[in-house]
Design a protein around this ligand. Structure first.
Ligand code: AMP
Ligand code: MG
Length: 337
């Protein structure tokens, strides 16, 4: 199959919307990362997504809709908390709601679950595409499974060229990591995955929410010694080691030891103007800057042949995306400095 890389003009958006409706595979920009979408109602077509990505069948897909008008096509028994979030400034945006599945959504989309994850992206191109397609669109991130999520059209092309029909090129993604996944079928609601919407923002709308054992907040509460050792996900080929914001001296020592052992190392940190001979890529001043650059730097390090990435974590702050950045770093990491 030839993959068509398209600028997001109206003719191309119309063509991609028609392709999605017919069950074709289209990669499109959202504010979080690029998604790989198809018509969620066509059971026999959804399997292509798992095949193209190499994604395990029990990992469910998020269903994307253009507006709240389409919500009832995807979910039933929608609780009041969902409507409060939908009316709040958090939505449309990087927040995914887990709700009771509507019968029309096939089980291949939900990994066999009776719940469905639904999101309304804020990105204007995604919104126009979804509105035009006028069907629920299931879309995981448009990367090979286990690789870092794509935040540019070039990343999508690098992973999926020849196995999908279209890529709509909307430039670099605004947020750069995935949505927060919030389960509204339990009481209190529970964050299943940290992401672009901070926990405190959700709590300001619907009150206290729980966190699953998969999140940084839960990991911090139980203080595991080496959280990274448990996970391997969202990861580059290079070995990722994490450091706390106040461990600059440890970072330097670790870098020098690995380099002496013949490894090519690079440091990711919020230090604005790194000094000295060590390779260091600044991730910006805020957790939001860090989120935007993290996956692109993972890919760049692999392309440039680095063996080791030493990532200094952002300071933890419940009011920004630092929890999501820390979660992705812990998942990618093989250890600590
Ligand atoms: P991705 O599309 O790669 O960003 O991953 C989607 C995320 O949403 C994964 O962490 C899934 O496990 C989660 N997810 C999707 N559907 C459901 C669901 N019905 N219940 C719980 N989690 C879900
Ligand atoms: Mg993904």
């Amino acid at each position: 199959m030839k993959t068509k890389l398209c600028p997001p003009d109206s003719a191309n958006i119309d063509e991609c919307a028609a392709a999605i409706k017919a069950g074709g595979l289209v990669a499109f920009p959202t504010e979080t990362v690029y998604g790989l979408g198809t018509n969620a109602l066509l059971e026999e077509k959804v399997g292509q997504i798992f095949a193209a990505k190499g994604r395990p069948a029990d990992n469910p897909l998020i269903v994307h809709i253009g507006s709240v008008r389409q919500l009832k096509k995807a979910a039933v028994d929608i609780p009041d908390r969902a409507y409060r979030l939908l009316r709040s400034p958090l939505m449309p945006g990087p927040l995914t709601l887990v709700l009771k599945k509507a019968p029309a959504i096939p089980y291949i989309v939900t990994g066999g679950l009776d719940t469905v994850a639904v999101r309304i992206p804020k990105n204007a191109i995604a919104k126009r595409l979804l509105t035009k397609a006028d069907v629920p669109v299931c879309a995981p991130s448009a990367n090979k499974s286990a690789a870092p999520s794509p935040t540019t059209a070039a990343h999508v092309l690098a992973d999926l060229d020849g196995s999908i029909e279209y890529i709509l090129d909307g430039g670099p993604c605004e947020i750069g990591l995935e949505s927060t996944v919030l389960d509204l079928t339990v009481d209190p609601p529970c964050i299943l995955r940290e992401g672009g919407t901070p926990r405190s923002a959700i709590e300001s709308v619907i009150g206290r929410v729980g966190v699953s054992c998969d999140t940084a907040a839960a990991a911090a509460a139980s203080a595991p010694k080496s959280p990274g050792a448990k996970y391997k996900h969202y990861a580059p080929r290079a070995a990722v080691y994490t450091a706390e914001p106040d461990e600059r001296a440890e970072v330097g020592r670790f870098y020098d030891r690995e380099t002496a052992a013949g490894k090519r190392c690079v440091i990711l940190s919020m230090t604005e103007t790194p000094e000295g001979p060590r390779a260091e890529w600044p991730v910006g001043k805020t957790a939001a800057d860090y989120a935007k650059r993290l996956f692109a730097y993972f890919r760049r390090a692999d392309e440039a042949g680095y063996d080791v990435i030493i990532a200094v974590k952002p300071p933890h702050n419940a009011d920004d995306v630092s929890e999501a950045v820390i979660n992705r770093l812990n998942k990618a990491a093989v250890g600590r400095v």
